[in-house]
Write a protein that binds this ligand. Structure first.
Ligand code: ZN
Length: 146
């Protein structure tokens, strides 16, 4: 899945891959190292945690949460365009200082970069409720709402 935003262009494109409805099972016991655990098919995200809690509706809830995640990229750009583009182009070290410690409370996928952190945090709020304290503080710092 991918959301493409272009500086100075109001048009945004969301591309959804065929793995939208394919599960990403957690490696047993890995939830103790990072929220949602480590996946058997790549980094697990909030959508995988939503699926874990959805029982027989897991695959459609996962797909829905992935679409929600992509929409959160668009929301991020809309509510904080300056910060969105700073996050897109800042060095990995600058981004890591703002989001990495808190990413362990959120999901493995959120640790990839600051844009993914924000989309994962907003998706968590939408589907799972209030963020853990450190994750919420990092989101507010990134969005300059502290
Ligand atoms: Zn994303």
């Amino acid at each position: 899945m991918k959301t493409q935003a272009f500086a100075g262009n109001a048009r945004q494109v969301i591309t959804l891959g065929r793995n939208l409805f394919e599960p990403n099972p957690m490696q047993a016991g890995s939830e103790h190292s990072i929220a949602g655990g480590l996946g058997t098919r790549g980094p697990r995200g909030v959508a995988d945690i939503v699926a874990d809690r959805a029982g027989t509706a897991a695959l459609h809830r996962r797909g829905e949460a992935i679409v929600g995640h992509e929409m959160m990229h668009l929301l991020h750009q809309a509510i904080d365009p300056e910060g969105f583009w700073r996050s897109k182009f800042d060095s990995k070290q600058a981004q890591a200082a703002r989001h990495l410690p808190a990413a362990f409370e959120l999901s493995h996928y959120s640790s990839g970069n600051e844009l993914e952190y924000v989309a994962e945090a907003l998706t968590h709020e939408l589907y799972l409720g209030q963020l853990p304290q450190r994750a919420d503080a990092a989101l507010r710092t990134i969005l300059r709402e502290a």
